[in-house]
Design a binder for this molecule. Structure first.
Ligand SMILES: NC(=O)c1ccc[n+]([C@@H]2O[C@H](COP(=O)([O-])OP(=O)(O)OC[C@H]3O[C@@H](n4cnc5c(N)ncnc54)[C@H](OP(=O)(O)O)[C@@H]3O)[C@@H](O)[C@H]2O)c1
Length: 242
């Protein structure tokens, strides 16, 4: 039987690559977007053309709005049936130290990166009852660097939620996390940005998206794995060398 995956923020970049990858493995995909309506619809059309026996649909929701977030799982169920996989991928990634973080900024980073994944995970558990949740965190959760303070705190909380949910919802729902490192440069930066940072990590190169797709497959296939985190970061979580 075909299974359905809901991937938040999957019109572009890492989310899109996961949508394409799961489609190639036979999944139906609910492509969630906020601002990228056209790219999301285009992706759904491209996947439909390539895999005509599977279902692909785009779903808009602003994860800053509790109301819109709380409608998302129900609306996927209504249009596509119960998803078996939820990937909490959507994110906002803005630099600011603790000292410079206004409450409004702090709320935005915490809402998209933590509150929305909590709402979606809770609704998935209540409405779908079985399946897999994968949370995209970040290798930064292993540090106390404050240059992306609110983002990092939100991703640390998301990792704690991963473990708590794995404990509460097993065996029906497995909950795991993927922690990327140097994967794709932020939209406003070029490749040089990642290459320069890569000089400081053990693998000495950015990883690209492939390690994330391999980790996704590993989590899906390994049905005894729950409450775990896979660092796809070329060893960055080990910290700086002497
Ligand atoms: N890129 C990296 O190197 C890297 C490194 C470490 C961790 N990660 C993690 O991996 C995941 C994917 O990274 P990425 O760089 O591909 O992500 P991204 O491009 O920064 O964001 C993915 C999507 O999140 C959606 N989003 C943002 N605000 C939203 C809102 N208010 N409501 C709904 N959706 C919203 C956007 O959708 P729309 O375009 O539709 O608005 C965006 O396309 C993230 O969780 C990130 O933290 C990435």
């Amino acid at each position: 039987m075909q299974k359905t995956a809901l991937i938040t923020g999957s019109a572009k970049r890492i989310g899109k690559a996961m949508a394409e990858h799961l489609a190639a493995e036979g999944w139906n995909v609910a492509i969630h977007y906020n601002r990228s309506k056209e790219p999301a619809n285009r992706l759904a059309d491209e996947l439909k053309a390539k895999y005509p026996d599977q279902t692909f649909r785009a779903f808009g929701a602003d994860l800053m709005s509790d109301k819109e977030t709380e409608c998302l799982i129900a609306s996927v169920i209504e249009k596509m049936g119960k998803p078996y996989l939820l990937v909490n991928n959507a994110s906002v990634f803005e630099p600011k130290s603790l000292r410079d973080s206004s409450l409004r900024f702090f709320d935005e980073q915490l809402t998209v990166n933590f509150r929305a994944p909590f709402i979606l995970s809770r609704d998935f558990a209540n409405l779908c009852e079985s399946g897999i949740i994968i949370n995209l965190t970040d290798t930064r959760i292993n540090t106390h660097k404050s240059n992306f303070a609110a983002y990092t705190l939100a991703k640390k909380a998301l990792w704690e939620l991963t473990k708590m949910a794995a404990g509460e919802w097993g065996p029906d729902i497995r909950v795991n996390a993927i922690a990327p490192g140097l994967t794709l440069a932020p939209a406003d930066k070029g490749e040089d940005y990642l290459l320069e940072l890569a000089g400081k990590i053990p693998m000495k190169r950015p990883g690209g998206i492939e390690p994330i797709l391999k980790s996704l497959d590993f989590i899906l296939e390994n049905d005894y794995l729950t409450g775990q985190i896979l660092y796809c970061d070329g060893g960055e979580n080990l910290g700086p060398r002497n």
